[in-house]
Design a protein around this ligand. Structure first.
Ligand code: ZN
Length: 251
């Protein structure tokens, strides 16, 4: 048995046995770690608080062959507010699922941890949750290596006009396409104001993003566009993982 000490956020939990929990913890330095927390479902257990879903805690994990075990844990930031509102719970779960889906088992990305933590804090403060979720999606996919190309054509690399009445967006090509390339690849159109909002979210610092005003039709358009974009790369990512698992399992 080895000891591993790190801060982490509980991104998934399920009951295990009579009073234990099986957790997926996104640790800051060590990536995702599955660990059991003994007795964590008992009211007086010292692990009850720090192993709650979305809780940011300092963990002492016992690792070795098989599943890791939580030895000790103490709360850094409980993020209670994320579990108290259905809307926030849904958004926080969504962010946690995205990170879980994009990060591989041994993928260590402190930046992913930092982003998730700041998005969780953001959810507690944001006036405009919808905007924060779009921002979070964009930052997350970018961090995972799938940043959409918004200033240059994703097909040929040609610089795109800064102002445009509409633009072709293609998840499979990886961003916006110029007029020439849009005929050759599968894409759908976004309004100029949607393109401007995406560019703003990608490049502005978080404080400036929160003041961005989006009309209802831009919100709907971006929700669908990001959904399609994420589905495309998540599916590709999951397939890669399945493929790797199949090779490793069969080899
Ligand atoms: Zn092009």
């Amino acid at each position: 048995m080895a000891l591993y000490k790190d801060e982490g956020i509980v991104i998934r939990e399920r009951p295990l046995g009579e009073a234990d929990k099986l957790l997926t913890i996104l640790t800051r330095k060590g990536g995702k770690i599955a660990a059991s927390a003994r007795g964590a479902r008992r009211t007086r257990n010292r692990l009850l608080g720090p192993t709650q879903l979305f809780c940011h805690s300092r963990f002492l994990l016992l690792t070795g062959r098989g599943l890791a075990t939580v030895g000790q844990a103490e709360i850094i930031e409980p993020f209670v507010g994320l579990r108290e509102s259905l809307e926030r719970l849904a958004y926080a779960s969504y962010f946690a699922e995205l990170v879980d889906g994009f990060l591989g088992e041994d993928d260590s990305q402190p930046a992913a941890f930092d982003l998730l933590r700041s998005l969780f804090s953001g959810l507690l403060k944001a006036q405009d949750q919808d905007l924060l979720v779009r921002y979070g999606e964009l930052k997350l996919v970018s961090l995972m290596g799938f940043m959409p190309s918004l200033f240059r054509c994703a097909g040929c690399g040609e610089a795109l006009p800064l102002e445009t009445p509409k633009a072709a967006f293609s998840p499979s090509a990886g961003g916006i396409l110029c007029n020439r390339c849009s005929g050759q690849q599968e894409s759908f159109f976004l309004k100029g104001s949607s393109v401007a909002a995406l560019r703003h979210m990608l490049t502005a610092d978080p404080q400036r993003v929160s003041v961005l005003a989006m009309s209802e039709d831009v919100r709907v358009e971006l929700r669908l566009a990001m959904r399609r974009y994420i589905d495309y790369y998540l599916a590709k990512n999951l397939k890669t993982l399945e493929f790797l698992a199949a090779i490793e399992g069969g080899g």
